[in-house]
Design a binder for this molecule. Structure first.
Ligand code: SF4
Length: 487
């Protein structure tokens, strides 16, 4: 018996869905793959490397999308139940992966699968229903055009099961907005345009229901290690206090004070209106309760409802720090209510809120520099600080209407179309917009952006070490090794 046969955690099965032929097949993951590529990310990257031809159009039927979990998903291991999705990105043209929490990954394991490969393209809208070891493609004609949150609800009605978990695209993915996302419950597989790839395949998403369980090798040791990990998390000031009380928005004031919080399309690295966007303001004005992903003791996610003003009643699981940066500071919008409503609209349309906010900020700078006319902007007043323009712009991008169609291909392509030096202020690397951690103020991070396979992703070179003073922020010395270590 090979060592791989001893591994527990995996179901060792994936579903391969060919949308062109309308076939769904169960495949075993070879032991050799499990030995070499531990975890969902390693397995999926290897599969894409083996199966995708070089130089394909990411929005063609030749691209594939892999939904994958790791061996800890569905166990009691804290923060271990994340879902990873992998593809060739229509925004960067390269390998891309995005991950989200929630309960989808655990449910997929309970249904008996480690992952799902989506390939080919359907002639009509469809979705995949996985129900305890069985799986079938169903018509999604009645779901096409629907917003993501409503799609989740309609799928539950369709299947007559309130407990079903789903990962779906919205109108932005259907229109192949190059940064369209996949919405999983209230969480987003945000960056890189995975939703556009699924939209190009006429694939609305996956619904899953499972009542099985995930085996672990040694339950006693698993319980002991889990208790130790929970103890460590609770005693750590970040995972035991900051994230519990404030979530990722705790970074607004921290990064603003450090001078690494981009604003006005990165013309500045602090924002005078940061107080209006801070975690404390969010808690005071719109916070309702914490939400946790499957088996996570931290509960960093904040469920919020706007109680006042034009967006009264808007509910969202967020806003997260990066979205506050993009839809707030980058556009010089200091209203947490507007950010929360805009994040919800991005989620409903199925569109990355970071890329959306940065695109709006880019168009504001283009207008400021006279590279876009009032006619180009459909009569909208694209002045930095005009918070009323955020929601109409989000809608236009998601539906590819007017100026939104230009921005829906990302700032790099929009700048190429505008010309006249617009590329100078299109703040991106490899086509992916910079998130809310300054490349100038965090030099190791700049190196991470430059060398990361996804481009400007804060999940390749993590900012924590430099920001927390674990490694010196001011120097480049030792940073190549630092980037290798954290990548
Ligand atoms: S609740 Fe927050 S910390 Fe916990 S798994 Fe989800 S995203 Fe991660």
């Amino acid at each position: 018996m090979s060592r791989a046969k001893l591994y527990k955690g995996y179901t060792r099965k994936i579903l391969r869905v060919n949308l062109t032929n309308k076939t769904v097949r169960v495949e075993e993951i070879p032991n050799a793959q499990l030995l070499k590529f531990i975890g969902g990310a390693g397995l999926a990257a290897r599969m894409l490397y083996d199966e995708l031809e070089p130089g394909i159009d990411p929005l063609s039927h030749r691209n594939k999308v892999i939904f994958m979990t790791g061996p800890l998903a569905g166990t009691i291991a804290p923060t271990g139940s994340r879902l990873g999705v992998y593809t060739n990105s229509p925004l960067t043209g390269g390998f891309f992966h995005s991950s989200a929490g929630g309960s989808f990954a655990a449910e997929l394991k309970f249904a008996g699968y480690d992952g799902v490969v989506i390939e080919g393209a359907s002639d009509k809208p469809v979705y995949l229903f996985i129900n305890n070891k069985t799986a079938e493609l169903r018509s999604a004609s009645h779901l096409w055009g629907e917003m993501t949150y409503r799609t989740h609800e309609l799928i539950k009605v369709d299947l007559g099961d309130e407990a079903v978990q789903s990962a779906v695209i919205g109108p932005a993915g259907e229109r192949k907005v190059r940064f369209a996302s996949v919405i999983v419950g209230g969480r987003a597989l945000g960056r890189g345009g995975i939703g556009a790839v699924l939209g190009s395949k006429n694939f609305k998403g996956i619904a899953v229901r499972g009542i099985g369980r995930v085996e672990v090798d040694d339950m006693e040791a698993t319980l002991k290690t889990t208790q130790e990990l929970i103890g460590l998390m609770r005693s750590n000031p970040v995972t035991g206090q900051s994230l519990v009380n404030f979530g990722t928005p705790v970074l607004v004031n921290a990064n603003n004070n450090l001078g690494v919080f981009g604003s006005r399309n990165w013309q500045n690295e602090t924002f005078d209106g940061a107080g209006g966007l801070s975690a404390e303001t969010m808690r005071e004005k719109i916070f309702v309760r914490n939400k946790s992903c499957f088996a996570c003791p931290i509960g960093c996610s904040k469920y919020t409802i706007v109680t006042d003003g034009p967006y009264k009643g808007s509910e969202v699981e967020g806003p997260e720090y990066e979205n506050i940066f993009a839809l707030g500071a980058m556009c010089e919008n200091d209203s947490i209510e507007t950010v929360a409503a805009a994040e919800r609209l991005c989620d409903d349309l199925g569109m990355d809120a970071v890329e959306t906010g940065v695109s709006i900020a880019f168009s504001m700078e283009a207008r400021e520099k006279g590279l876009l006319t009032e006619q180009d902007t459909d009569g909208l007043d694209l002045t930095f600080g005009n918070k009323e323009v955020i929601m109409p712009m989000v809608r236009k991008i998601g539906l590819r209407e007017g100026i939104g169609d230009l921005l829906a291909d990302g700032v790099k392509r929009a700048a190429e179309k505008i010309g006249c030096g617009a590329a100078e202020f299109a703040m991106q690397n490899k086509g992916l917009s910079f998130p809310g951690h300054s490349a100038r103020g965090l030099p190791g991070f700049a190196l991470g952006y430059a060398t990361g396979p996804r481009g400007a992703s804060h999940h390749d070179a993590r900012p924590t070490g430099e920001r927390a003073g674990i490694v010196p922020r001011e120097t480049l010395e030792g940073k190549p090794q630092y980037v290798i270590n954290v990548n």
